[in-house]
Design a binder for this molecule. Structure first.
Ligand code: FES
Length: 172
């Protein structure tokens, strides 16, 4: 991947309130969840305690709650509660903080910051997506993403490889 860029990774409607969505994007296991106010958050889908999938967890107290021992993490990955320590414990749980990621939502598309540190800018997008209704298309190709981009930009192969389909009529 090209570092320090935003990548479209999900449709906003894929992450509903009160549920955690675990997905693999950009070779990372990610867990998405919303707070009560609808704000979207993203953390590594690996609990800092014993590695359980947070994508199988739930949302409680505006936090993501691990399904294994119930540890809770808030939006910035801070570990806020460890049930086995007791609810009144004031122990330092910082060693359990999660890796979290920056995300933005623009016109029902979720953008993920793949970079070092904080984003240096906002997601770049075509103005046209603001006005159009984005229905989305999911199409899995079992190749490196750079091959897909290269293929989609290479229109000159159409009359040869796809001469009897989308390249019909493009005589060269
Ligand atoms: S593995 Fe997540 S709380 Fe133990």
């Amino acid at each position: 991947m090209i570092k320090n860029n935003w990548y479209a990774v999900l449709k906003s409607k894929d992450v509903k309130k009160n549920e955690v969505v675990g997905v693999t994007r950009l070779n990372k296991k990610l867990a998405f969840f919303r707070e009560d106010n609808g704000k979207l958050n993203c953390a590594m889908d690996v609990c800092a305690h014993r590695g359980a999938s947070l994508g199988k967890g739930r949302v409680e107290n505006n936090c993501i709650k691990c399904p294994f021992h119930g540890i809770e993490y808030k939006r910035d990955g801070t570990c806020t509660r460890v049930p086995l320590e007791g609810l009144s414990s004031d122990a330092d749980y910082s060693r359990l903080n999660l890796i979290h990621f920056h995300v933005r939502e623009i016109n029902d598309i979720v953008y993920f910051w793949y970079g070092d540190g904080d984003p240096v800018d906002q997601p770049d997008y075509f103005e046209e997506v603001i006005d159009m209704e984005y229905s989305g298309l999911v199409d899995h190709w079992n190749v490196h993403y750079s091959r897909i981009i290269e293929n989609q930009l290479d229109v000159t192969h159409l009359p040869f490889v796809h001469h009897n389909a989308i390249g019909r009529g493009n005589k060269i």
